[in-house]
Design a protein around this ligand. Structure first.
Ligand code: 13P
Length: 246
């Protein structure tokens, strides 16, 4: 049985004060116990947020990391640094990182392996652009990402996959629940090829892209969708709480 995972990817938003305010709103609200809740703040808010959540079931993740353990990589943060803070998940290969920071599938593959080596759970983001969908190559695009990003990865049960069509991120345009479920079902079939059917059946597949309170229920009810990776709506306490309590 796959337990749903609803994650807030705060992206480059919220200073420490704003982060703690949002966390306090979550802590003082009744949250759906059938769902695991995950918050992914900016690096600068990780420590205070983890401290604030230490007696709560809300989990904390990072939005990125380097694949090396340590060394001369100015400005980077290593997996062991995140692990020592109490971080549990790391978003890897978000389309914004692929697009603006030149992350290739090769780099993403190294990051996934580094996460697993350090006992961190990667949330691997995959998804096609509008041009790729319009050209009818969305499935092969996502398949190629999964195959390259998971090359040589053996611990399938420790990963989460987030299907985030680029054209639905921050645009207000959501994939229809049918489109999202169809792709998630396809992703599960590819994961079965990469790992085994049993492992693929137990991997969480999230949907991300303009998830909000008004569409969360329909998305979450799809048979192959096991949660959401929420951007903009996770910055508004009431909206995110409604998504969790869909
Ligand atoms: P939005 O929910 O703002 O569309 O962002 C989705 C996303 O990129 C989550 O990682």
């Amino acid at each position: 049985m796959r337990k749903k995972l609803i994650a807030g990817n705060w992206k480059m938003n919220n200073d420490v004060e704003e982060s703690l305010k949002l966390i306090k709103s979550l802590l003082t609200s009744e949250l759906n116990e059938d769902v695991d809740v995950l918050i992914c703040p900016a690096f600068t808010s990780l420590y205070p947020v983890i401290h604030e959540l230490k007696n709560s079931s809300i989990k904390v993740g990072a939005q990125n990391m380097h694949f090396e353990d340590k060394g001369a990589f100015t400005g980077e943060v290593s997996p062991s640094m995140l692990k020592s803070l109490g971080v549990e998940y790391v978003i890897i290969g978000h389309s914004e990182r692929r697009q603006h920071f030149g992350e290739t599938d090769k780099i993403i593959n190294k990051k996934i392996k580094a996460c697993l080596k350090h006992g961190l759970k990667p949330i691997l983001c995959v998804g096609e652009s509008l041009e790729q969908r319009e050209a009818g190559i969305e499935k092969e695009t996502v398949r190629a990402q999964l195959i390259k990003d998971l090359d040589g990865v053996t611990d399938g049960l420790k990963i989460v996959v987030a299907y985030e069509p680029i054209w639905a991120i921050g645009t207000g345009k959501t994939a229809t629940s049918h489109q999202a479920n169809e792709m998630s079902s396809y992703i599960r079939a590819v994961l079965a090829d990469i790992f085994t059917v049993d492992i693929a059946d137990n991997i969480l597949i999230q949907y991300g892209g303009s998830v909000k309170a008004s569409n969360a229920k329909e998305i979450m009810e799809q048979s192959h969708i096991d949660g959401a990776l929420v951007g903009g709506a996770s910055l508004i306490a009431d909206e995110f709480i409604k998504i969790i309590n869909y």
